[in-house]
Design a protein around this ligand. Structure first.
Ligand code: NDP
Length: 258
């Protein structure tokens, strides 16, 4: 098999959480272009419908599944539906996430819970159910967690007051390492992408206020673009990345390099 063939995902089934817009949709599109059938989840029907239409227009076989990743029963049902309708599950991308901006002493307790539950509980619930399927199938698998460079360090308080988010994403990073060790015997790799700043609904507010300051802190001189996460996701998802597990890759234009 040539190296380019090792990046192809023909015959594979991928599930991307929070795939109705933003980075999840970008990743779903990348995996679909590489040949995978792609299921994706979100809570809102409208977003699911629009994303499904967009992927189908690009010739990608896809399945939209309504699912709140913080609800374990919904996660179990979603994974079951993907397996039934697409015939299995080979790649899970834990992308659904949420944040909250407030000074540490003013964060509503419910907001702390929501951020931790979405980023961390959701990632655990989905990984648990998907890994069970992958182990049962007996042909290995791939889990890719979307953390953030905010999970690697503290953020400048003048720009980001997001203590629960930084905390949850740091949790996602070490969850990745430990799960990778635990699932290695089944041929399932677990890796993590830590994006820098990409313009999406989540970052709209912060980029409106601080976009220029942030850009000046990116060595490559620009924010992340519509295809910038796809390469890292495809490496971790494909045969080309078969010997990589438990790793965290920042896709941030070099922000964490200085
Ligand atoms: P968006 O807010 O644009 O998209 C979030 C997606 O997740 C939507 O599809 C949303 O759909 C879904 N979602 C939110 N909560 C839940 C839930 N409880 N259950 C299921 N789906 C949910 O965010 P981004 O695309 O910017 O972010 C995607 C991931 O990338 C997140 O984990 C984020 O933390 C991370 N990230 C983003 C960065 C950026 O610069 N944009 C930088 C670093 C990391 P719906 O609301 O319908 O449920």
């Amino acid at each position: 098999m040539s190296i380019l063939d090792r990046f192809r995902l023909d015959g594979k089934v991928a599930l991307v959480t929070g795939g109705s817009r933003g980075l999840g949709l970008q990743i779903a599109q990348g995996l679909g272009e590489a040949g995978a059938a792609v299921a994706f989840t979100a809570r809102r029907e409208e977003g699911l419908r629009e994303a499904a239409q967009r992927l189908r227009e690009q010739g990608i076989r896809c399945l939209a599944v309504r699912c709140d990743v913080t609800d374990y029963d919904q996660v179990v049902a979603a994974v079951q539906r993907v397996v039934e309708e697409l015939g299995g599950l080979d790649i899970l991308v834990n992308n659904a996430g949420a944040t909250w901006g407030a000074r540490f002493d003013e964060i509503p307790l419910e907001a702390w819970d929501k951020v931790i539950r979405t980023n961390l509980h959701g990632t655990f619930y989905m990984s648990r159910e998907a890994a069970k399927v992958m182990i049962r199938q007996g042909r290995g698998g791939r889990i890719i967690n979307i953390a953030s460079i905010a999970g690697l360090r503290g953020s400048d308080p003048r720009v980001m007051q997001t203590l629960p988010y930084n905390t949850a994403k740091a949790g996602v990073i070490n969850f990745t390492r430990d799960l990778a060790v635990k699932l290695a015997e089944h041929g399932i790799t677990v890796n993590c992408i830590a994006p820098g700043f990409f313009p999406t609904k989540m970052t709209r507010g912060i980029l409106q206020q601080f976009g220029e300051v942030i850009r000046q802190h990116v060595p490559l001189g620009r924010l992340g673009g519509e295809r910038d996460l796809q390469g890292a996701a495809l490496l971790f998802a494909s045969e080309a990345g078969a010997y990589i597990t438990g790793q965290v890759l920042a896709v941030d234009g070099g922000m964490t390099a200085w």
